[in-house]
Write a protein that binds this ligand. Structure first.
Ligand SMILES: [Zn+2]
Length: 386
């Protein structure tokens, strides 16, 4: 599958979304799937359980309360204890401690029901940070250790690495090289440049170059924590898959939170007051939806999932989180399938360009908060320039 529901802890709507057509999900090992969810995902369903190994080098990120017990048993892990270096100081192979950590995190993912394995990976500041190569070595090790499941190599970096020409070229070379794993799980902080959904032209251009190069090299790339730009990148680049959460706070990368205590001060934010409109290609604030006529709601929000009627008739006062989340995951599943059905890149670009132009036309009649639709023109201009 190429669209994954991303969930960090607020799993509202996952079971319902599965009934609505969702066929892949990525859970967080700190909030693993429930038995009901594992049961519901058996069969034609891809499930990953993110190992959260990137927390281990940060003491504050592995404190023991509640479900983090298993991360806490490791305590703080030093990257240099996981790997042996060659005479040039380059990480060359895992130590017994590194191999044992890989096996443990793999076993945990399998126990929680994962059908695909994400190898332990770590936040790196760039290619010269040993954490980058250690993450690749973990994936290489598990690739030969695991028999029947695909293994993803994790890359966790800030967007800056993509935007610097020098780092970018080396990154693209490294990730497309034949001696690194075939499958990549990219955990990149895309919140640095202003504007989500992503519409910064330089970032889009860099991502396209990277994903096209990886596709040409027969690599499979899953981009985590996308907003709806995941659809744009699937249509216009060699990106293989993406994950996205209904909850906007889960679309923000964890990169900057690893050195602070895990539990957010003041608790978690209230459920996200947005609804995805497939017709407008964006998340619409609920107060805008509330003021729409029933006819507009039907026209702009319907995706054909089993939650749509309820979503359209809801007053959004309370208790609609599961409904809206299921609709979000169903919408993205359906749109992503439509992209998949187009055989050629040109066909896919034509398809999404058509959606964008339709959305621009429709948005003229919707009174929305400033900024709700500004990504559409930027996307169209970018597509027309490639
Ligand atoms: Zn729907």
């Amino acid at each position: 599958m190429s669209f994954y529901a991303h969930t960090e802890g607020r799993r509202a709507g996952i079971l319902r979304a599965i009934e609505c057509g969702l066929r892949a999900a990525t859970f967080n090992i700190v909030y693993p799937p429930s038995l009901d969810e594992v049961e519901a995902t058996r069969g034609q369903f891809d499930m990953t359980v993110n190992p959260q190994s990137f927390r281990l080098p940060f003491r504050e990120s592995t404190r023991p309360p509640r479900s983090r017990d298993f991360l806490a048993t490791y305590g703080q892990v030093a990257i240099e204890d996981l790997v042996e270096h060659d005479e040039f100081g380059v990480p060359r192979e895992l130590t017994p401690a590194g191999e044992s950590l890989c096996r443990d995190f793999c076993r945990l993912q399998v126990d929680f029901g994962a059908t695909e394995i994400i190898a332990p990976y770590f936040l790196s500041t760039g290619l010269d940070d040993p954490s980058f190569e250690v993450s690749l070595l973990c994936a290489q090790f598990l690739d030969s250790y695991v028999d029947n499941q695909d293994v993803f190599a994790g890359v966790m970096m800030n967007e800056a690495a993509l935007l610097s020409a020098d780092t970018f070229d080396r990154l693209a070379d490294r990730l497309t090289s034949p001696d690194v794993p075939q499958l990549f799980y990219l955990d990149i902080d895309l919140n640095v440049t202003r504007g989500r959904p992503l519409r910064d032209r330089q970032t889009l251009r860099s991502l396209k170059r990277l994903f096209d190069a990886m596709d040409d090299a027969d690599k499979y790339t899953l981009l985590a924590r996308c907003n709806i730009e995941g659809l744009l990148l699937r249509a216009a680049t060699g990106l293989s898959a993406f994950s996205s959460s209904y909850f906007q706070s889960e679309r923000v990368a964890l990169h900057n939170q690893l050195h602070v205590d895990f539990e957010p001060a003041g608790g978690y934010r209230a459920p996200t007051p947005f609804l995805l409109s497939p017709g407008l290609l964006t998340d619409i604030p609920r107060d805008v939806v509330r003021n729409m006529t029933e006819r507009s709601r039907k026209r702009l929000l319907t995706c054909g999932c089993e939650s749509c009627d309820e979503v359209i008739n809801a007053d959004f006062a309370s208790g609609t989180g599961a409904l809206c989340a299921a609709h979000f995951y169903a919408c993205l599943t359906r749109l992503d399938r439509e992209i998949d059905a187009r055989r050629t890149r040109d066909g896919r670009i034509d398809l999404i360009l058509g959606w964008i132009e339709d959305a621009e036309g429709r948005s003229e009649n919707v009174a929305a908060r400033a900024g709700t639709f500004t990504h559409l023109a930027a996307w169209r201009q970018w597509l027309e320039s490639i």
